[in-house]
Design a protein around this ligand. Structure first.
Ligand code: NOJ
Length: 563
């Protein structure tokens, strides 16, 4: 394979759209989205103007965690279609100038993967060391770590009288990256997909792959049942070695986009991972801004967002990576609740707040990610009964809290605010039955608001959230300062306004966002002079009044450009 020079860095100018295939579009009526369904919607994505599509896992899987538990890295999940369908999708996307990146889930596999089936057979099986096995301690788990999906992080195997590690569900055993044979298998598999023509990888919890080999007990934090193993596997001791090896053996040989999902990575870590000289990956997903509305022990512990904290955090990521590393920008994905419900107003000001959040993010430096449905302002869902939920994390948590006597009402409240199924209800295409997602019975119920919120309606309304996103995407293509400029936060301590400027030698963009329902008067002289000399390039209210002072209405956003 000829080495392609990666000096243009097209991914710095790109906008990525994430598809969760199971919930995107069902072409054959089995209630589950599929690859043919994605092909049918490519023109919709082209209309939006995105450059890259990230597909959440489409590999063969028993779906304990909707494809994040891979049984066979070389097969397509039957419900999604065939390898031929994928080839068609790649062709159809490339013909339209759209790139496709795939999810790379290599911290763990499914327990039904043939490597694990072999690994379980005996201590001397050649695949034993593909996974992390340990004898018990005093008849119990080898250490006190909790799984991210509730319960202990270890599962006992009777056959060999040992435990295997699973940071996620017990059907997701962790791979042992200490083993060079395993690493080489992964690299071979990555090349298989890249040689097929995919344009990169989104790497699932990739900063968890290196564990401290002695696997010490973790601290049991207040209110927690298990120990926190994080310090022994997040950004672990050999992570940079593994990523550099992966880069040398695979990534460097292709002109691709690589993004690492990295909970627990600081800005300093992010620079290490993404600085081009280090030859690791292009960009990471930070989690810091997603944790600001949680208490200290877990995400289910609800806490209101403090805007000053959010501004401080995003500013840190903007300034500390500027000129050194590269960042991804996101409010939403398949694990996060819908931003308009989470931090905005999904009732009276749904449209205004969705547009404001989009603007606030899309004017920053980094590669923006749009999660399916975000571009039409899809909202969280409140199902009445736990039976209607599908997500393994949510269901495990419900069971655990229920057994501890937490009232159902309280558990449901956190699910409504933080549950992952908020993001996973089917894409709302039209006001047809099941939101036009399927002609069959959807695998998870549709959000009842589909009659009011759907893509068909959005496409017909020039003032819709969809066209606002389209406009922001076009601006990024047009104005270099959005990609390259520096970042300067304004009104640092203001509890309701998020305002900043992006500056390059000859250009400046000033972004004003009201994160509240209150009207706020801005009478700062510098801003007023920008308003009078600059050009208004983004707004989310039909009529804009800006003269000697400016009043930002509920969730109003204004962006001015000065040359
Ligand atoms: C992160 C993924 O985004 C999430 O959906 C998944 O459950 C875990 N990693 C485990 O693969």
């Amino acid at each position: 394979m000829e080495k392609v020079k990666n000096d243009q860095q097209w991914w710095k100018k790109s906008i990525v759209y994430q598809i969760y295939p199971r919930s995107f579009y069902d072409s054959n009526g089995d209630g589950i989205g599929d690859l043919q369904g994605i092909i049918q919607k490519l023109d919709y994505l082209k209309e939006l103007g995105v450059d890259v599509i990230w597909l959440s896992p489409i590999y063969d899987s028993p779906n304990d965690d909707n494809g994040y538990d891979i049984r066979d890295y070389y097969q397509i999940m039957k419900e999604f279609g065939t390898m031929e369908d994928l080839d068609h999708l790649l062709d159809a996307a490339h013909q339209r100038g759209l790139k496709i990146i795939m999810d790379l889930v290599v911290n763990h596999t499914s327990d039904e993967h043939s490597w694990f089936v072999e690994s379980k057979k005996g201590l001397d099986n050649p695949y034993r060391d593909y996974y992390v096995w340990k004898p018990g301690r005093n008849g119990k788990e080898p250490n006190n770590w909790g799984s991210i999906f509730s319960g202990p992080a270890w599962n006992y195997d009777e056959n060999t009288n040992e435990y295997y590690l699973h940071l996620f569900s017990k059907k997701q055993p962790d791979l042992n990256w200490e083993n060079p044979a395993l690493r080489n298998e992964i690299y071979t598999m990555m090349k298989f997909w890249l040689d097929k023509g995919i344009d990169g990888f989104r790497m699932d919890v990739i900063n968890f792959i290196s564990k401290v080999p002695s696997l010490p007990d973790g601290e049991v934090k207040e209110g927690a049942i298990y120990g926190d193993g994080g310090p022994y596997f997040v950004n672990g001791p050999k992570i940079h070695k593994y990523l550099r090896e992966m880069n040398e053996k695979v990534l460097s040989q292709y002109d691709i986009l690589t993004v690492g999902e990295m909970p627990g990575a600081s800005t300093a870590d992010a620079v290490m991972y993404t600085k081009p000289q280090n030859k690791e990956i292009n960009m990471i997903f930070t989690f810091e801004h997603m944790g600001l509305d949680s208490g200290p022990t877990e995400k289910w512990d609800l806490k209101p967002l403090n805007l000053v904290h959010l501004k401080k955090n995003l500013t840190k990521w903007q300034t500390e990576l500027h000129g050194t590393g590269w960042n991804s920008l996101y409010w939403n994905n398949h694990d996060q609740p819908r931003v308009v419900s989470r931090f905005g107003d999904d009732q009276e000001y749904r449209v205004e707040s969705a547009k404001m959040f989009a603007t606030c993010l899309h004017m920053m430096q980094g590669t923006p990610y749009i999660y399916q449905g975000e571009e039409i302002g899809m909202t969280n869902v409140e199902f009445e009964s736990i039976e209607q939920y599908q997500d393994v994390e949510t269901l495990n948590m419900f069971r655990e809290k229920h057994s501890l006597g937490v009232p159902t009402e309280d558990i449901m409240k956190s699910i409504y605010v933080k549950g992952r199924d908020n993001a996973r209800t089917p894409m709302q295409w039209s006001e047809q039955v099941h939101s036009g997602f399927t002609k069959g019975t959807p695998w998870i119920e549709v959000n009842p608001r589909y009659k009011e919120i759907n893509a068909e309606a959005a496409l017909e309304d020039k003032e819709s959230i969809f066209y606002h996103y389209k406009h922001l995407i076009a601006l990024r293509k047009k104005l270099d300062v959005i990609t390259t400029g520096d970042f300067n936060l304004l009104f640092e301590d203001h509890p309701k306004i998020f305002a900043y400027e992006r500056r390059s030698e000859n250009e400046k963009v000033v972004v004003l966002c009201n994160f509240s329902r209150d009207e706020i008067v801005i009478d700062n002289n510098e801003i007023l002079s920008v308003i009078t000399t600059g050009k208004l390039i983004v707004h989310n209210y039909k009529e804009v009044k800006a003269e000697s002072s400016i009043t930002l209405r509920a969730f109003e956003t204004l962006v001015y450009y000065v040359k």
